[in-house]
Design a protein around this ligand. Structure first.
Ligand SMILES: C[S@@+](CC[C@H](N)C(=O)[O-])C[C@H]1O[C@@H](n2cnc3c(N)ncnc32)[C@H](O)[C@@H]1O
Length: 231
């Protein structure tokens, strides 16, 4: 059992169930990114993602895992990459399809599937992005996703974490409300452990709004550069 975020609530259910609801998918962007705070957050987050992508050659193939409504997928396409959007929710993909089509991008594959079982051979992409997913997963699931992404991406992973201080996490346990309003806020030690278990090394870190938000974008590469053969 995992959890998903609904507005300001965290609700226990299988991950992905909430986002499979067509109405939730249709409302996702408005609920998440409308209003001054939402727009500012989005701008800061997308700036951090762009910095994390710097140096990746134009035309690189990028898997946007858990692409949702295609916000990051469209950003990747706009930056001159060749993105593939991938998400477990057909409803979210339908919205992503509307987005990329309305932007005139008719060359962006959008694929439905579970990021924990990617159907791509090792090294199929130059890079992979994963924004808005890991903070909903427990440790083992996070490591499973990171290993999958590391298997298919040759050059780098750009992933978002909700990274909190140990004090915030302890306080969340006491007040019964996790910091960042996500089920699995991750301390620095837990983050380090995830990377260790996934065979990944951190190359750079871009805070979305340091001191105010737990959201951080990491650039990761494999410790062993040889392609991982197993699925
Ligand atoms: C918070 S949204 C983030 C969407 C997008 N990356 C963004 O930042 O706007 C999380 C997305 O993860 C997707 N998701 C959840 N579990 C998944 C899984 N196991 N495999 C693929 N996608 C998944 C959901 O369907 C949802 O679209």
């Amino acid at each position: 059992m995992a959890s998903v975020e609904r507005g300001n609530e965290v609700v226990g259910q299988r991950l992905g169930d909430y986002w499979r609801v067509p109405a939730a998918a249709q409302q996702y962007d408005r609920r998440r990114f409308s209003g001054l705070k939402g727009r500012l957050y989005r701008w800061l987050e997308e700036s951090a993602i762009q910095q994390a992508l710097s140096g990746l050659p134009p035309g690189s193939a990028v898997l946007d895992a858990a692409c949702g409504t295609g916000r990051v997928t469209a950003l990747l396409r706009r930056q001159g990459f060749r993105p593939t959007g991938y998400d477990i929710s057909a409803a979210m993909i339908a919205v992503a399809r509307e987005r990329v089509t309305s932007l005139g991008y008719d060359d962006v594959p959008l694929v439905a599937g579970d990021v924990q079982h990617l159907p791509y051979p090792a090294g199929s992409f130059d890079a992979a992005t994963c924004v808005g997913l890991l903070m909903h997963l427990d440790t083992d699931a996070r490591v499973g996703v990171l290993r999958q992404l590391a298997r298919v991406a040759r050059e780098r992973l750009v992933v978002q974490y909700g990274r909190v201080q140990a004090f915030d996490r302890a306080r969340g346990v006491v007040i019964g409300w996790p910091p960042g309003r996500v089920r699995y806020p991750v301390t620095e030690a837990a983050l380090r452990m995830d990377l260790e278990r996934s065979g990944l090394t951190e190359r750079a870190r871009f805070w979305v709004l340091r001191g105010f938000s737990s959201s951080v974008i990491l650039v990761l590469t494999r410790r062993d550069p040889a392609p991982l053969a197993t699925n």
